[in-house]
Ligand binder design. Sequence first.
Ligand SMILES: Cc1cc2nc3c(=O)[nH]c(=O)nc-3n(C[C@H](O)[C@H](O)[C@H](O)COP(=O)(O)OP(=O)(O)OC[C@H]3O[C@@H](n4cnc5c(N)ncnc54)[C@H](O)[C@@H]3O)c2cc1C
Length: 405
Amino acid sequence: MSGITAAIEASEAGCNVIVVEKNAFVGGRVASMNKYFPKMCPPTCGLEINLRRFRTNPRIRLLTSSEVEKISGSPGHFKAVIKRAPRFVNEKCTLCGECVDVCPVDRPDEFNLGVTTTKAVYLPFEMAFPARFTIDGSVCPGSECGKCVEACPYDAIDLEMQPETIEVDVQAVIWATGWDPPDATQFEGYGFGENANVITNVMMERYAALNGPTGGRIQRPSDNGAIESIAFVQCAGSRDENYYEYCSGVCCMGSLKQVRYVREQYPDAQVFIFYIDIRSPGRLEDFFTATEEDEGLTLIKGKVAKITEDAATGNLTIEAEDALSSQKITRTVDMVVLATGMIPAGIGNTEVEGGVETDRHGFLAAEQPQAGMFAAGCAKRPTDVATSVRDATSVAMKTLKFHVE
Ligand SMILES: Cc1cc2nc3c(=O)[nH]c(=O)nc-3n(C[C@H](O)[C@H](O)[C@H](O)COP(=O)(O)OP(=O)(O)OC[C@H]3O[C@@H](n4cnc5c(N)ncnc54)[C@H](O)[C@@H]3O)c2cc1C
């Protein structure tokens, strides 16, 4: 969202913009959300408007499946070397799907966090832009198989496509590389990766989504059972000197939003949120107070120490200290959602002459050592979509002083 926004704003102000995206589609993490707080609209809503502006803008050149290998030069005169992986599908693709029907290879679907699979030739998700299939070259046997080439009625598949190296001269650089979810298996005591019914907030977004692995039904992963009780564990690995010391700022709102997903499907389910503080700044406080009125929701102020599974039922018992009563408490539920935070994606494998500056957590500094180099959105600090969009707009404006026709 930050990259798309910065590109649109800079291009509409007269700059030519090259967008380098490592995925085969644009939209980033936002594309895989079920709904956005606070409006609770689907990602199609905000993304679609921006994508229309993006698609129709002749000043924007989009390079998907691409990463920047190297940036050299000086402010106003940068040279970027971009590596573009082959997509193996050209612009003649009409998304008819004949290739998918004959493809013999399955691969984990990263859009659904590996919970489901796709064929080696696949569309990342229904709304993906560019709206074109792509082939995962790491699993496709290529011309040894060739079934998709034979099946395609439009001559849209070219298994001989090669990686490309593209060199461009640019006057400014914006890092809008966003965030990644942390590996939750590292968080001791929570049993993520061992107990099937412990999931993360990012997984919950996919489970609740109509185009997700369960067609939008929130259910226990161990037995596909209905939910009678569920707990959200806030600050899972965050504000914790053993893991990530900082607050990601959106996880409280994320869980409050997900409480609403649960409530839409299970009017009688018992819902618990274990929290340190509920952080719903500014206007978002209204969302918190409205959600808090839910009579089936219990907020417990206390950091969770341990989650144990009953192997016979798959039920989970949570142990925490209730900070308000100073009592140790336990709650047994069907499912637990770990509200994990955001870790910085950083600059990936890019080599930058003169280097880049980060804070001690790895988020890119707003002011980079080299003039003309900026960070925008969650690459700079964890935040919500509205703030990312505002930030990306202001960063795009800052690049304008480096723009020379
Ligand atoms: C569980 C959860 C729920 C959330 N729900 C909401 C919500 O309801 N409402 C809300 O406002 N916010 C929500 N957020 C926050 C929201 O996800 C972020 O604000 C948003 O994703 C920020 O967008 P971004 O463009 O900065 O980063 P991203 O969405 O991370 O996009 C970064 C893009 O850069 C690409 N990229 C990364 N590294 C490279 C590289 N080296 N080379 C090329 N490309 C690269 C990525 O593929 C991606 O496309 C939620 C966060 C979490 C954790």
